[in-house]
Design a protein around this ligand. Structure first.
Ligand code: SAM
Length: 275
């Protein structure tokens, strides 16, 4: 019978933030896959657990996966942990999860700390609906596209960011989103835990030397969808306006009707332009 793959959440700072079930699973499994074996060893020593560790990180995921699946098929129970928090979330794991499911191996989550959820719940921002974007791309073009997507989101936005890039990211956010309200959750669950709240310009003025781990939680775009649509349409030429509806699959007659309504002009005038 195949073994099981457990995705075990570990603390994001405070070592007390690990569940009784997670400790039991780490004790019971045959192997632990660790993003950084030295980091996991510290946790295991603290918990007085001695176990075979296999390194499993972003750069060897593809190489290691077949061997891991083989071990699971031979009956080994395996736990996957990352350096901190919930595996797979901006961390390695997706490859082995997909492959395990393909091979009918049971994948079981062992819940626990996750930085984004804890940052969100103390942010005071709208938590009913939110979008998590992880780390922004570094490539200039992709980054700009992602930031533009974020600008139009009608949900609270959550980003992860490295300390040495945070000021640069705040500057980019100000340039593309405008002076939006946000919260920085720093060093969650650790000694220097801190929350910095305000609009981007205020935060950039007072926050000069970021240290430690950061999450950025951004207030949603409060402009209504309808208003965004109007802004978009106003910025289009009549030809772009036509293609915009054409791409959505509308017929010629429907497009003409829609353009006339959007631009508040007679249907005939638009019709003449497109015959
Ligand atoms: N899998 C992890 C989780 O469940 O949150 C996230 C791993 S990701 C590689 C690391 C990023 O998570 C950091 O750059 C930071 O943005 C965020 N993070 C992790 N621990 C944190 C903490 N204690 N305080 C604030 N942010 C944290």
């Amino acid at each position: 019978m195949s073994g099981k793959l457990y995705l075990v959440a570990t603390p994001i700072g405070n070592l007390e933030d690990i569940t009784l079930r997670a400790i039991r699973i780490l004790k019971e499994v045959d192997i632990i896959l660790a993003e950084d074996t030295r980091q996991t060893l510290k946790l295991l020593n603290h918990l007085e657990i001695s176990k075979t560790l296999i390194s499993y990180h972003r750069h060897n995921e593809e190489i290691k996966v077949d061997n891991i699946i083989q071990k699971l098929e031979e009956g080994a129970n395996i736990a996957l942990v990352s350096d901190a928090g919930t595996p797979v979330i901006s961390d390695p794991g997706e490859v082995v999860v997909k492959e395990a499911l393909k091979n009918n191996i049971e994948v079981i989550p062992i819940p626990g700390a996750c930085a984004l959820i804890n940052g969100l719940i103390v942010s005071g921002l709208d938590a009913k609906e939110f979008s998590f974007y992880g780390f922004l791309p570094l490539n200039k073009k992709l980054r700009k596209e992602k930031l533009e997507e974020i600008r139009n989101e009608n949900k609270t936005i959550i980003l992860y960011e490295a300390p040495h890039k945070i000021l640069n990211t705040l500057n980019d956010l100000r340039d593309i989103l405008g002076n939006r309200k946000l919260v920085i959750a720093r060093e969650l669950t650790k000694i220097h835990e801190e929350y910095i709240r305000g609009n981007i310009v205020e935060i950039l003025e007072k926050y000069k030397e970021p240290r430690g781990e950061h999450i950025i939680i951004i207030e949603k775009n409060n402009i209504k969808k309808e208003q965004l649509q109007n802004e978009l349409i106003n910025s289009m030429t009549i030809q772009q306006h036509y293609s915009y509806y054409e791409k959505q699959g509308f017929s010629k007659n429907e497009i003409i009707k829609k353009i006339a309504k959007d631009r508040n002009v007679a249907k005939n005038e638009i019709y003449k332009l497109f015959i």
